[in-house]
Design a protein around this ligand. Structure first.
Ligand SMILES: CC(C)(COP(=O)(O)OP(=O)(O)OC[C@H]1O[C@@H](n2cnc3c(N)ncnc32)[C@H](O)[C@@H]1OP(=O)(O)O)[C@@H](O)C(=O)NCCC(=O)NCCSC(=O)c1cc(O)c2ccccc2c1O
Length: 305
């Protein structure tokens, strides 16, 4: 953890606090040893919240393969949606390379994330790697040239930077489900997710300088957490998130990132305000008057104190 900035510590503390809040009964929140196998702890509660909302089940759903609008098969990733539930799962499928990404992988990830964003039945996205040895070991070094990473064409690129921004800006929660190594560019990918659920064997770190690379952008810090039933726990989080108001979840994600993202954060949260305004009569009066070629009449809308 040496060399971490105050902001990075804050970000980790926020995540740890939110994990503790999910896993532990309030009275046990300070005791890390109580953090395992408490996924059904809500059953012990006898309060109005739990009577109204009930337990969050953690059984694994039925996954169905998904495509994006191009209909093109995915080669480097597996894209699935849970039948009857608003959960998408995107898996890097290169376990023989510890799920290192090449440009093709990144392009496919971007297509899948885009589809999950646009599918209004999806409320939350799981991002993971195939197998238990690695979430992702970063950029595939055998595809690295002088201009970045290149596969089917001659020019290189650092297109994972676009993917990082896409995940960060995506207006739905993205949960990294990590088993094994999340290193180099793979470490950054988990860091740009909204939440990380980690298996006991998870290893986090920046390896870039060892292979003559570095991420001076989102790449930052280390976090790990003990959890036995990784997918069940992740699904439980997804179901709990999906019980909430979609617009509230969207705005919470914007708000959490706004300060760190500066002007871009402001743009995102400002865009959300515009989106909400479009749904009001006041907003519609502007559009309707323009289309009807008349002066807008905003006089009936209050100037709230
Ligand atoms: C991840 C490991 C610690 C795993 O070790 P383990 O012993 O379990 O497995 P092996 O080492 O035997 O690996 C099995 C197999 O996979 C190949 N492989 C693994 N990772 C990669 C990789 N990143 N690229 C290419 N190939 C990989 C490995 O060679 C083996 O192949 P065989 O043919 O021999 O079976 C360990 O594998 C490891 O340390 N891997 C390298 C981690 C690494 O340094 N990653 C790259 C960091 S740089 C980066 O990711 C990066 C990418 C970007 O696009 C950027 C863009 C902009 C800024 C910065 C960027 C950036 O830093």
């Amino acid at each position: 953890m040496a060399g971490m900035t105050g902001k990075e510590f804050e970000a980790i503390n926020r995540r740890m606090a939110s994990l503790a809040g999910h896993l532990l009964p309030a009275q046990g929140a300070g005791n890390p040893s109580a953090s395992i196998a408490l996924s059904n702890c809500s059953a012990q509660f006898d309060d109005t919240y739990h009577r109204v909302h009930g337990d969050v089940p953690s059984h694994i759903p039925e996954w169905k393969p998904a495509l994006d609008e191009s209909g093109k098969e995915f080669i480097d990733i597996i894209y699935e949606k849970a039948v009857g539930e608003g959960i998408a799962k995107i898996t890097i499928n290169r376990p023989e390379r510890r799920n290192a990404f090449r440009p093709q992988t990144v392009k496919e990830l971007m297509r899948a994330f885009n589809d999950a964003r646009d599918d209004n039945s999806i409320g939350v996205i799981i991002f993971t790697g195939k197998g238990t040895k690695a979430f992702c070991s970063g950029g595939d070094q055998s595809f690295r040239g002088k201009e970045g990473y290149a596969d089917y064409d001659s020019f290189g690129r650092l297109n994972v930077l676009d993917l990082q921004v896409q995940i960060r800006r995506l207006p739905k929660p993205v949960i990294a489900m990590v088993a094994g190594y999340a290193v180099g560019g793979g470490h950054v990918l988990h860091m740009v997710c909204d939440l990380t659920i980690a298996a006991e064997n998870a290893v986090f770190g920046q390896t870039g300088p060892k292979v003559g690379s570095f991420d001076a952008g989102f790449g930052a810090s280390i976090m790990s957490r003990l959890l036995e039933r990784l997918e069940e726990e992740t699904i439980k989080w997804c179901r709990e998130i999906n019980r909430n108001s979609p617009m509230a979840v969207r705005l919470c994600k914007s708000a959490v990132n706004a300060a760190d993202d500066g002007h871009l954060g402001l743009q995102q949260i400002g865009g959300d305000a515009t989106l909400l305004f479009y749904g009001t009569e006041e907003g519609s009066e502007g559009k309707n008057s323009y289309l009807a070629r008349r002066k807008p009449d905003f006089s009936r809308f209050p100037r709230l104190p």
